[in-house]
Ligand binder design. Structure first.
Ligand code: F0G
Length: 351
C-alpha cells in the first residue's frame, strides 16, 4: 500500500487548484471515521453513528485541509506573506503551512477569547500573533481590508481554495461508507466548512462516486447564532470560542446548502454543547467544546422528535482536538488529590 500523500495529491483531479502547483503538505486528511454504537444507543437510538475525528490532523483541526490547498496555491502564485483572522484553529494551521512554505504569516485574534493550545501552536509554528481589542468579526474586516491594499495572501475561508481543500472530508466519508450518510452534523461558525462539505458531496455525487446526498444539520451556539436568528449578532458569546462569530462570511451559502440538502441550521445551548463534549470524552474521543456542537444539535433534534430513527447513518464532524483547549477541562475539574509517596496512603484513598 502506498503511503498517504495528503489531500491535495490524493484528490487532485477533484480540486480546482493549479495542476502544476507542488503540494505544500503535512500529510493532512485521511482521518478516522469512528463507529460509536454505544453513544448512538444513548442519544439517537435506531441510528448508526460515526465520528469523523478531524482533531487528528497535523495541527489538531480540520483547518489543515483548507490550509494545504490555500497555501499550495498561494506559494505557486508567488506569495510571500499570508494573513488571517481567527478564533485560533485557522491561525495555527495558517502558521504551520506558511512556515512549511517558507512564508511569513500574520494572524489576528480576538484578545482573551482564544484557547491556549491554539495560541501556543500559532506561536510555535512561527506566526506573528496580534491580538485586537475586538471580536473575530472585527479582525476579519481588518484583514480583508489590508489584504486588498497590500500584497498579502488572505487565507480565511473567503479564499476559495480553502473550501477546495475542506470539501475533501466529504470525499473521505463517501469513500469510507461507500455512499454519503443520511445525515451529516457539524458546528457552524464562519460557515466555510458546511459550505465546503456541501460542495464536496455534490461533486462526488455528480461524479458517480456516491449514489446519494446527505441532509446537513449545522449547529451554532445559542449565544452566537446569527444564521438561526436571521440577523448579525454584535456581541457573540459562547463557551465554544471557536464558533464565537456574529457575522459569518459564508452565512448565505451555508443557509442555501442546508436548505438544498433538506436539512437545517439550529442553535444549541452552551449546556448542551458541554454535556456532549463530556460524553464524547467518555467515549475516548477528546475534542474541544465547539467540536461537540454538531452532535449536540443532532441529539437535540432527536429529543424533540424531529429525527425518524429508521436505521439511518449519521456522521458527526468533530472539528478540533481537545488539547487545543485544556482550560475548558481544568477550570471545571476539582482540585487534584495529592498524597505522600506511600502505598498505604494510596490504598486509603482508593478504597
Ligand atoms: N469547529 C472548530 C474547532 C473551529 O475552529 C471552527 C472555526 C468551526 C468549528 C466552524 O467552522 O467557521 O467553517 O463554520 N474556526 C475558525 C478559526 C473561525 O478561526 O479557527 P466554520
Amino acid at each position: 500500500m502506498s503511503p498517504w500523500p495528503g489531500i491535495v495529491a490524493y484528490y487532485r483531479e477533484y480540486l480546482k487548484i493549479d495542476r502544476h502547483a507542488p503540494a505544500i503538505t503535512l500529510l493532512e486528511g485521511n482521518t478516522p471515521l469512528i463507529p460509536a454504537p454505544r453513544l448512538a444507543a444513548e442519544i439517537a437510538p435506531g441510528f448508526e453513528l460515526y465520528l469523523k475525528y478531524e482533531g487528528l490532523n497535523p495541527t489538531g483541526s480540520f483547518k489543515d485541509r483548507g490550509m494545504t490547498a490555500a497555501i499550495t496555491q498561494a506559494a505557486h502564485a508567488g506569495a510571500t506573506v499570508t494573513m488571517c483572522a481567527s478564533t485560533g484553529n485557522t491561525a495555527a494551521a495558517a502558521a504551520a503551512y506558511s512556515s512549511r512554505a517558507g512564508m511569513r504569516c500574520i494572524v489576528l485574534v480576538p484578545q482573551g477569547k482564544v484557547a491556549a493550545g491554539k495560541i501556543a501552536g500559532a506561536l510555535a509554528y512561527g506566526a506573528e500573533v496580534i491580538a485586537i481589542r475586538g471580536s473575530f468579526d472585527d479582525a476579519l474586516t481588518m484583514v480583508r481590508e489590508i489584504s486588498s491594499l497590500r500584497p498579502i495572501a488572505l487565507v480565511n475561508s473567503v479564499n476559495p481554495y480553502r473550501l477546495e481543500g475542506q470539501k475533501t472530508a466529504a470525499f473521505e466519508i463517501c469513500d469510507a461508507l461507500g455512499r454519503a450518510p443520511h445525515w451529516l452534523c457539524l458546528p457552524v461558525g464562519n460557515a466555510g466548512n458546511i459550505t465546503a462539505y456541501w460542495m464536496g458531496f455534490k461533486q462526488y455525487h455528480a461524479a458517480g462516486r456516491s449514489a446519494t446526498l446527505p441532509h446537513l444539520l449545522g449547529a451554532q451556539a445559542a449565544g452566537a447564532a446569527p444564521l438561526v436568528l436571521g440577523h448579525a449578532v454584535d456581541n457573540p458569546e459562547t463557551v465554544a470560542t471557536a464558533i464565537r462569530i456574529g457575522r459569518p462570511a459564508r452565512g448565505e451559502q451555508a443557509l442555501e446548502a442546508a436548505e438544498e440538502s433538506g436539512g437545517r441550521i439550529i442553535a444549541v445551548s452552551d449546556d448542551e454543547i458541554l454535556a456532549m463534549w463530556r460524553r464524547l470524552a467518555r467515549e475516548g474521543v477528546f475534542v474541544e467544546p465547539a467540536s461537540a456542537a454538531g452532535l449536540a444539535g443532532f441529539a437535540h433534534e432527536v429529543r424533540q422528535g424531529r429525527m425518524a430513527p429508521t436505521g439511518q447513518t449519521v456522521v458527526a464532524i468533530l472539528t478540533g482536538h481537545g488539547l487545543k483547549d485544556p482550560d475548558a477541562v481544568t477550570s471545571r475539574a476539582g482540585e487534584m488529590k495529592v498524597i505522600p509517596a506511600d502505598v498505604r496512603a494510596l490504598d486509603e484513598l482508593i478504597r
